[in-house]
Design a protein around this ligand. Structure first.
Ligand SMILES: *[C@@H]1O[C@H](CO)[C@@H](O)[C@H](O)[C@H]1NC(C)=O
Ligand SMILES: *[C@@H]1O[C@H](CO)[C@@H](O)[C@H](O)[C@H]1NC(C)=O
Ligand SMILES: *[C@@H]1O[C@H](CO)[C@@H](O)[C@H](O)[C@H]1NC(C)=O
Ligand SMILES: *[C@@H]1O[C@H](CO)[C@@H](O)[C@H](O)[C@H]1NC(C)=O
Ligand SMILES: *[C@@H]1O[C@H](CO)[C@@H](O)[C@H](O)[C@H]1NC(C)=O
Ligand SMILES: *[C@@H]1O[C@H](CO)[C@@H](O)[C@H](O)[C@H]1NC(C)=O
Ligand SMILES: *[C@@H]1O[C@H](CO)[C@@H](O)[C@H](O)[C@H]1NC(C)=O
Length: 412
C-alpha cells in the first residue's frame, strides 16, 4: 500500500523527541531503576498481573514487564505465557540496557477501542538485539474495525493501527509467531538495520483493507525467509529508502503480491536498491512480483538492482508487472512539472507456473521515463483459463530476453 504514516509520525517524534531525547533516556533509566530486573531475568506478565481470559485489559502488566526488562542488564526475557491477553497500545521504547527476548507462547489481542490508540498497536522504538519468538499469535482483531477504513475512497484517510511496528531498531529477529487479522499493516519496519523475519505466519482475509503483510521503508539489511503470508493487500511491500533485502521461501496468497513500492507518492523519497526475491511461491494472488510507482512523483528517485529468481506462480492475476502509472482506486490527480521514478536493472529468472489472466508479463513503463536494463531468462508462464494463451504487454521497456516463451519476451 501507499501510506507513510510511519515516516510522518517518526519524523514528528524525531523533531519533538530528539531534543529531549538524552534527557528522557537518563530520566527513564533513573525512573525505572526501582523496577529494573536483575541480570538475565524472566518477566512473566501473569506474575505482573496480566489475565489471559481474552477480556481483561492487561496493558499495564505488559508495559511494566517492558520497563523492567529494558532497565535490566544481560539477556532479559518477557514471557507471554499461554492464554489470551487483551491490550491497548503498547509502547516499547529503548534504548535498553540489556538485550530483550519476547517469548510469545500465548496470544496478545489488540483492543478494538480505537480511541485508545495514537497510532499503532505494538510499537518498538530504538531497540537493538531484540528477539521476538514463540508459537503464539498477535491478533489484531481487525474484523471489528475494518468497516471504518475509508482509504479506498479518501486519499488522506485516517489510518487504523498497525499491529507490530519497529522504528529505528537494529539487529532484530522475529521468529515463529503468527500475526493475525491486523487492523492495518501487520508488520511495519521503519528506519531499521539488520532485521530477520523467519518462520512467521501472517494471515488475514483476501478482502480485508490495507492489511499488508510486511512493509518496510528507509530500512537496510533485511532478510525474510520461510514465511507464509495471506492478506488483503501486498504480502510484502518494499517502500522508498530500502536497500539490501533478501526474500526467500515466502509463500504469498491471497494478497496483492510481493511489491516494490509504491514509489513517488511523497516528497524526498530515497532510492530502492539491491533487492532479491528468490525461491518463492505466489498462490492465487492478484499480482506476482510487482514494481509500482506513481507517474507524477513528488521527487525523483531510482529503483535499481532488483532480482527475481526461481518463482512459482500458481493462478496469479499478473505474475510479472512493472506499473509506472500506478494509481490505486484512481484517486491520484496528476501534478504539473512532476518528477520521475526511474526503474532500471531488473532481472527475472526462472519464473514458471500459471497466470489467471493472459497478461503474464506487463511492463507498463512511462514514456517520460522508460524502463531500462530489464532482463528476462526462462520466463514460462501458462494461462490457467481456456481459449487463450499468455502474452506480454510492454510499453517503453528495453528488454533482453533468453529462454522465455516466445509470447512473453517483450520482443517488440
Ligand atoms: C513512548 O514512550 C516514550 C518514552 O518512554 C515517549 O517518549 C513516547 O512519546 C511514547 N510514545 C507514544 C506513542 O506514546
Ligand atoms: C542503529 O544503527 C545506527 C547506525 O549504525 C545507529 O546510528 C543507531 O544509533 C542504532 N540504533 C540502535 C537502537 O542501536
Ligand atoms: C545484517 O544483519 C544481520 C542480523 O540480521 C547481522 O548479523 C549482519 O551483521 C548484518 N550485516 C551487515 C553488513 O550489517
Ligand atoms: C543477500 O544474499 C546475498 C547473496 O547470497 C548476500 O551477498 C547478501 O549479503 C544478502 N543480504 C542480506 C541482507 O542478507
Ligand atoms: C494454494 O492455495 C490454496 C487455497 O486457495 C491451498 O489449498 C493450497 O494448499 C495452496 N498451495 C500452495 C502450494 O501454497
Ligand atoms: C526454477 O525454479 C523452481 C522453483 O520455482 C526450482 O524448483 C527449479 O530448480 C529452478 N530451476 C533452475 C534451473 O534453477
Ligand atoms: C486473449 O486475451 C487478451 C488479453 O486479455 C484479449 O485481448 C483477447 O481478446 C483474448 N482472446 C480471446 C480469444 O479471448
Amino acid at each position: 500500500m501507499a501510506f507513510r504514516n510511519d515516516a510522518i509520525r517518526a519524523f514528528f517524534l524525531l523533531m519533538v523527541v530528539s531534543a529531549a531525547y538524552a534527557k528522557a533516556a537518563e530520566k527513564e533509566a533513573a525512573g525505572s531503576a526501582a523496577a529494573a530486573s536483575g541480570p538475565g531475568a524472566t518477566l512473566d506478565i501473569v506474575k505482573l498481573g496480566a489475565t489471559g481470559d481474552g477480556k481483561t485489559d492487561s496493558t499495564k502488566a505488559v508495559e511494566e514487564a517492558w520497563a523492567s526488562a529494558c532497565g535490566g542488564t544481560g539477556k532479559q526475557t518477557i514471557l507471554i505465557p499461554k492464554g489470551d491477553f487483551l491490550t491497548g497500545p503498547l509502547n516499547f521504547t529503548g534504548p535498553c540496557t540489556g538485550d530483550i527476548t519476547i517469548q510469545v507462547d500465548g496470544n496478545l489481542l489488540g483492543s478494538n477501542d480505537l480511541a485508545k490508540y495514537k497510532a499503532n498497536w505494538i510499537e518498538i522504538m530504538r531497540v537493538k538485539n531484540l528477539v521476538i519468538t514463540g508459537k503464539g499469535k498477535l491478533d489484531g482483531q481487525g474484523p471489528a474495525v475494518w468497516g471504518k477504513n475509508s482509504c479506498a475512497k479518501n486519499y488522506n484517510c485516517k489510518i487504523l493501527p498497525n499491529t507490530l511496528v519497529l522504528d529505528f531498531c537494529n539487529n532484530t529477529l522475529i521468529e515463529g509467531i503468527t500475526l493475525l487479522n491486523s487492523k492495518f499493516f501487520h508488520l511495519n519496519i521503519y528506519e531499521c538495520r539488520g532485521i530477520t523475519v523467519k518462520d512467521v505466519t501472517i494471515t488475514s482475509p483476501g478482502d480485508s483493507p490495507n492489511t499488508d503483510g510486511i512493509h518496510m521503508g528507509d530500512a537496510s539489511n533485511i532478510t525474510i525467509t520461510d514465511t507464509k503470508i495471506g492478506t488483503g493487500d501486498d504480502c510484502i511491500s518494499i517502500g522508498p529508502g530500502t536497500s539490501g533485502v533478501n526474500i526467500s521461501g515466502v509463500n504469498c496468497g491471497p494478497g496483492h503480491g510481493i511489491s516494490v513500492g509504491s514509489l513517488g507518492r511523497y516528497k524526498d523519497e530515497k532510492d530502492v536498491t539491491d533487492i532479491t526475491v528468490k525461491n518463492c511461491v505466489l498462490n492465487k494472488s492478484t499480482n506476482g512480483v510487482r514494481i509500482k510507482s506513481y507517474e507524477d512523483a513528488k521527487s525523483p528517485l531510482v529503483a535499481s538492482k532488483l532480482t527475481y529468481e526461481n518463482i512459482k506462480m500458481m493462478d496469479v492475476g499478473y505474475p510479472i508487472i512493472i506499473d509506472q502509472k500506478y494509481c490505486p482506486n484512481k484517486i491520484c490527480p496528476p501534478k504539473p512539472n512532476s518528477a520521475k521514478v526511474t526503474v532500471k536493472d531488473v532481472t527475472f529468472r526462472n519464473i514458471t507456473g500459471t497466470s489467471s489472466t493472459p497478461e503474464a508479463v506487463s511492463l507498463l513503463c512511462s514514456d517520460k521515463q522508460p524502463c531500462s536494463g530489464v532482463q528476462m531468462f526462462d520466463v514460462k508462464v501458462e494461462y490457467s483459463g481456456t481459449n487463450n494463451k499468455t502474452m506480454a504487454v510492454c510499453t517503453n521497456a528495453k528488454v533482453t530476453a533468453k529462454g522465455c516463451s516466445e509470447a512473453l519476451a517483450c520482443a517488440a
